[in-house]
Structures are given as structure tokens and as C-alpha cells.
Design a protein. Structure first.
Lengths: 282, 151, 282, 151
């Protein structure tokens, strides 16, 4: 059986990817952030997952308002970085894993999650920035990737509870796959930020820190938090934090926190990075 | 109104509780319906050929979209906040901002009516605080201890 | 509150639409079928629903293998008949009901159904033939329509149990809408048929009749039937029958059967038509 | 093997039980992967302009699709059953059949190797019976009371 051994929570701020792509990550404005995450990159170089399941949201890139799926699983052999309005991001294409992705799709649907299956899909900064955060700038990404794309742009996103339960179902699906590969799962987005309206620029560090604590130790309680609370306390785009619950649901009830960093701000966002490993107890 | 220390579930039904959040245009079904054409126009700018067409003749390109006069004006005049009022979603209006060479910070400055320098200064000093920015009802309350705050 | 007062189960055989469109419905080969359904059309003329929720599947028309949503709700103001390979069907455009459809979409997603929202979508024979069956050939359709589109082409479709529970959630969503409109819900597709492979042409009338009985009186037991049983007993395309469970789930536990007709075959299909009204007891 | 009188839940996990159904190509993930290009070629024929292009120069049009040689031959020779074996789905291959002016009955006759008249005759006399067509395992069994049946 394949095994999810680690969960990674990370913001997916486009400016972080842009800074790296432009070679500005050692500039004085960016160096403090990249210094903070070095430990996570070292952990990743050591952990070497075979497969990364990346839970993220599309930002009007692959999908538009024409068709708005709640949960998508990408089953394609490869995924090309999307043109988000200024050309495609110059990072390697992302190699998929059709066999495992189809196994998961079938398992999740029979487990009564109403997935949309994408046989072809571009991936935007929501997916590629987390790879950059964890792997830096390799010429090819050193893992296969299964994109799980969650609607958080159109209200209403799936509830936190539904996201948490999707994570549990992903755990079951991966565990019933025939290989013995080691899988990491990413929950991406957040932490507090608001890009729109007169309240743009909102940051709520206290709320973010409480969220990071609760994701580790009280995920079931965190799964009950309403959309309105996220939007009120963490900003309208802070609602992305529900995607961390998918990651957490796929991990064991008890986890070990092996890395945490926060940085305010990257661009307009309170940036968080958290790595969890499964404890022996399930 | 004191700050909630632990998450309190709020009902998402009936008159949505998110309408109480100040300065925030939650992109629900009503907004999606209203802004559909505006947002799909913005979305079209993710294609190079459409960016070229819009650049070479903005007016002709806009003619292809069934925008309301208000929406068209808001696009032509780059009235970023008004676009949201007319059903725009920030991830879509950002496609237009990116077309103009703007970043999310420029766009935020545009929506909040400050200079990019002022906005950057607010962000690097911790961002817009949550205190005073939680609730319209609290902002209206006479005690005033949730009065608007701009960082 | 709006109210679902009737459930209609019907096959959606393209040849039935084609016969009507070509004015062949009084030809000797077609007359026996159209004679049988006259009572249903009379019931419909009397019942006059304000809104019809039509649960159907797309047959590689609006959607392709590029993106395969499990459950779609159509929120557009109107829906155009799809070009299924030989031009668009010459029937009126279908008027949508964005306000109710968005109310339902929000309600269903917060109720933890992972809907895909379609703001623009062509509708194929799966939706237009049931309208033709019930309304004949009016110059405009006399009701507003909310399309609910279910994947049954790509294995696995949602389980029967999930379909039944979606029906229940639709009931709750409609009931919480502010208007006092009268709503009918259609479950379409089936009965037994197989369009593919060496077993093409399979018909299982005994199984179909048992299904019709059970949909009326034992829907919860019917909701437990597996995909393999449907495909084995009712043919690979007979799996469409799961969509009748959405309709049934949206009705009261006890219903009154007010119309039933079966006809073998229309084209390659065992054709069924069933009308249920809610009993006083819920 | 007697006919099940009431539905018996079967597991959908492990080696899928549907593989036991004779003469049936369940369109699961494995088939979808194999037939993706073939099916998307068929899908393209729902656009008038593509139908025109395919009609005026089939070979050029097929060149645009990354088909396997087997898939391409099955399309060129209209080998309807072979298309399924190579990952085709009947709703997609029907787009090609419709392009040729065929109905689902013609397509079924093509897949089952009978004339359209023979197929129509089978349908109007009640269709292909379920007896003998439920299970590959039963068809192989020596008792033979689930032997193949063709109506
Ligand atoms: Fe994001
Ligand atoms: Fe059908």
C-alpha cells in the first residue's frame, strides 16, 4: 500500500514565485522570508516524497465562471503552468500520475465525494508556487504530482468539515493503492489576506497563529469554523485556509509538527509554512 | 464588541452573516450573475491573442462583450472598486490590472484610494489591522470601539 | 416556500425526440408508444408546474472527457440545445431560473454536495427529450427549467445512495426558497438498454418492472443497488437508472403513483414513464 | 446459476466485479486513459467546421490527432467493436457513426456483426434476452445454463 507520511501547509503567494523566477530571492526585501523557509527545504530534500498530492485553488486560470467545480482531481500525464495574464510561468511542467490519480478518483467517487475528473488542465501559481517553496528551482520537479483543486473563489466553497472529510477519504484511497510509494500532501493558500475592497490589506496574525496551533492539535474543532468567520477574521481570501483541512484530514489524528515558519507580509499575505509528520499512533 | 477569542459558528443561511463584514464584496451567486460578462471579459485577457486585440483597439474589443454601460465605463476608466460593485471578482479584475502591468499591491492601492507607496508602507508594517474592521454593525455602534481603521 | 409536488421518471431516448421532430409520431411504428404516454401529457397539462428540475446526463455533448463533473447544476438564464453531431435539435431554447438555481447551488454545497456550477451550458437530448415527452411540441416550453446533470458515462457514476441523498438535499433547498412556486422534478434515463459491445441490444423487462415498483415503494432499498448489478441486469447504459433515485429522494417517503407506462423498444431501449405525487404524509 | 430475484449488493472494489459482464466494455479509468485521444477526435465532430474538414480530407484531419496506428486504422475502417477495445466509448464513437449518417441501431449492428435488419428484428421482438448474458463465469461453467444467447 502507498502511504501518506507527511502533510505540508503553505501559502501560495504568486509574488514568492515571481521573486524566485526573477532571481530576486536574495534581495533585501525577500531574503528574510527565504531564510526562514530554508529548514523546510532541507527537510524536503531529506524526505524525498515519491508523490505530492497538492490541494490548491485555481485563480481564474484553468477554470472560469463558465463552469465552477467544487473539487477537481487531475488525472493527466502532465500539467502545464497556466497563462495567468502575463504569459506562462517559466517553471518545469508538472508530471502527473494517471494510475494513482484514477485510482483515487474512483475511490473518492464511490466514497461519495462528487469529484470532477480533469484529464487535461493547466495549473496556476496555487500549485506551482508551493513546489517552488519546497523544492527551489530544479530543472525538473523531483516528484510526481496529483492536483486536487478546490473552489474557494465562488461563494460558497465547500465547508471546512467537507474538506476535512475529503482528506480522510484521500487517506483511504491512497492506502488502498498497490504501490509502496511515499506520498506527501500539501494544503495550500492563506493565511490571512484580503485582496479586494476597502478592507484590502487585512492581516490578522493572532488568528493565523491560533489557526496553525489548531490545525496541528484540534483539527476537528477547526473543521467546524464557518466561512463567515474565516472571511471576517482572516480576510475574504483567507477563506483559502479551508484547504489546509484537506491536508490535515489525510494525516493521522495525532501528528508531529516538524517545521513552522510565518512571515508578514509576502505581497499582501500573511505567509505560513507548516510541516507535519504522522505519529506512530493513528 | 470584544474580539471573539475562539471560533463561534455562525449560521450561513437566511440573510448571510457575511454581509456584515465591512469593505468586502463576497462573490456569491447574486454577484456572479451581475458580473458574469465583466468577469468573462477580464478572463479573456489570459489569451495572448486577446490581449493583442484589446491593446490595439480597446473600444472594438469591448464592443464584443455585452457589458452594461456602467461596467464598460468602469473598465475604460479603470475604476477598480466600482468594478467590484458592479459584480467584478478580484481574481478576474486582476487580469485587467496585470494587462496594465500592475501587481496585486497596485490593484489594492487603486481600490482603497491610496498611493502604492502608502499601501506598501501599510503592508510592511503589519498590514491593515483587524481591530475596528470586523463588523459593519460594530462600526455603526455608538460606543465606537469598532470604528474603521486603516493601519 | 417553493414546493416539489411531483416526480416524473422517464427514459430520454433520442429517437423519440427525432420521431417527433420529423413528424413521424403517428407513423405505425411510433403510434403505439405515443398512444401510451397520452395520459402523462394530459396530467402535465393539468398539473402545470412552474419549474421543472430535470436530472439527466450529458452524452458527450456539453462535456467531454477533458473535464468530467459528477454533479452539475445549471444557473444560466437559458440553455441552448446541443449539437450532438448532426446539428442542434430544432426545439425551443430552455429557459433557466438563475435565482432559484443559485439558491439551490449554495444550499447544496453548504449541505456538503460537491456541485459544479454551470453558468453556461448546452443541453442535449437527455434534457430536451423528457420535455418533448411531457409537453409535446409547444413553441416555447411552458416552464422554467433547472438542469441537474449527472455523470453516468465515465465509470464510476455517483452511487445510488449518493443520488438518493442528493434528492433529499434538493428537497431541502427548494423548500427554503422564498417563492411559492410549484416544482416538478424529473429523473431521466434508462430503463434497461445497452448500446455497446457484443451484448448491445440487451433488454430486461422483468428487472425494469421490479425497478419501477421499488422506486415507488422501496426507494431506500433500491438506493443500495450496486453499479455492477445495474450494468449486469439492465445493460451498461441502464446505469442511467441511478438518476431516478435523485428524483425519488426529492419526494416524500410515501408517494402516490398516478401514471405508469412501459414500451419495448424505443430504438434500443426499454422505455419507462412514471409519475408520482406526494402523499399527505411526509 | 439461477437468476437473482432481489438485488444483492456486490463489492465494487478490488478486481472489479463488472469485468465478469460479457460483451461489455465498462468505461473505467483504464479505458479512459487508453482511449482519450480517440474519443476526443470523435468529440471534435460535434462542430460543423470540424465535420467539414474531416469530410473534405479525412487523412489530413486524422493527422492532427495523436492516435495509435491501431486506433487510426479502426477509425478509417469503421471497426466499431475494435474502437471499444482500443479505449473508445460508445457515446463518442457514435459521433463518428452519426457523421456517417448512422443511428444507434446501425452502430449496434456494426458492433455485433449482424445486419441492421437482423438487429432491428431482435429489438422489435423484445431485444437481446438477459438469460445467458449475465456472466462470463457462468458462460464458461460446464452446466452451461448461462450459455451465450443472441435473442
Ligand atoms: Fe490563492
Ligand atoms: Fe441517456
Amino acid at each position: 500500500m502507498a502511504e501518506i507520511f507527511a502533510g505540508i501547509g503553505t501559502s501560495h503567494v504568486p509574488a514568492v514565485g515571481a521573486a524566485m523566477d526573477a532571481g530576486k530571492d536574495r534581495d533585501p526585501i525577500w531574503a528574510p522570508y527565504f531564510d526562514k523557509i530554508e529548514g523546510a527545504r532541507n527537510w524536503m530534500a531529506e524526505a524525498k516524497p515519491d508523490v505530492c498530492i497538492i490541494v490548491y485553488n485555481d485563480h481564474a486560470s484553468a477554470f472560469s465562471l463558465e463552469l465552477i467545480p467544487t473539487f477537481v482531481i487531475g488525472t493527466a500525464p502532465s500539467f502545464v503552468p497556466a497563462d495567468e495574464g502575463f504569459g506562462r510561468r517559466q517553471v518545469p511542467d508538472v508530471e502527473g500520475y494517471p494510475e494513482l490519480a484514477w485510482h483515487m478518483a474512483e475511490s473518492l467517487i464511490l466514497d461519495e465525494f462528487d469529484m470532477t475528473i480533469a484529464n487535461q488542465m493547466d495549473v496556476d501559481h496555487g500549485l506551482t508556487v508551493p513546489l517552488s517553496v519546497m523544492y527551489g528551482q530544479p530543472t525538473t520537479w523531483p516528484c510526481r504530482v496529483i492536483p486536487i483543486c478546490v473552489n474557494v473563489v465562488q461563494y460558497p466553497p465547500p465547508t471546512g468539515n467537507r474538506c476535512f472529510n475529503l482528506g480522510r477519504a484521500i487517506h483511504r484511497a491512497v492506502q488502498s493503492f498497490h504501490s509502496d510509494e511515499r506520498v506527501a500532501i500539501f494544503g495550500t493558500g492563506g493565511l490571512s489576506h484580503q485582496l479586494q475592497g476597502e478592507r484590502a490589506g487585512l492581516i490578522n496574525a493572532e488568528y493565523d497563529n491560533a489557526f496553525l496551533d489548531r490545525i496541528v492539535t484540534e483539527p476537528e474543532a477547526q473543521a467546524k469554523v464557518t466561512h463567515t468567520e474565516y472571511m471576517r477574521e482572516a480576510g475574504s481570501e483567507g477563506i483559502e485556509m479551508v484547504m489546509w483541512l484537506v491536508m490535515r484530514g489525510a494525516m493521522n489524528p495525532v501528528v508531529k509538527e516538524v517545521f513552522r515558519a510565518t512571515h508578514i507580509p509576502t505581497s499582501n499575505t500573511s505567509n505560513g509554512l507548516l510541516i507535519l509528520e504522522n505519529s506512530a499512533e493513528r | 464588541m470584544s474580539k471573539p477569542q475562539s471560533p463561534t459558528p455562525e449560521s450561513d443561511s437566511a440573510e448571510p452573516s457575511y454581509r456584515d463584514i465591512p469593505g468586502t464584496y463576497v462573490f456569491d451567486g447574486a454577484r456572479c450573475q451581475r458580473g458574469y460578462v465583466l468577469n468573462m471579459f477580464c478572463m479573456s485577457l489570459t489569451q495572448e491573442s486577446n490581449r493583442d486585440a484589446f491593446r490595439s483597439n480597446p473600444s472594438d474589443y469591448l464592443d464584443q462583450w455585452d457589458l452594461t454601460p456602467d461596467q464598460r465605463e468602469s473598465i475604460e476608466k479603470r475604476q477598480w472598486l466600482r468594478m467590484l460593485e458592479l459584480g467584478g471578482n478580484v481574481y478576474y479584475t486582476f487580469k485587467l490590472a496585470a494587462f496594465d502591468g500592475m501587481t496585486f499591491r497596485h490593484l489594492a492601492a487603486g481600490m482603497t484610494g491610496v498611493t502604492i507607496e502608502e499601501f506598501a508602507e501599510m503592508m510592511t508594517t503589519g498590514g491593515r489591522p483587524i481591530e475596528g474592521n470586523r463588523s459593519r454593525a460594530a462600526q455603526r455602534a455608538p460606543e465606537g470601539n469598532e470604528s474603521p481603521s486603516h493601519g
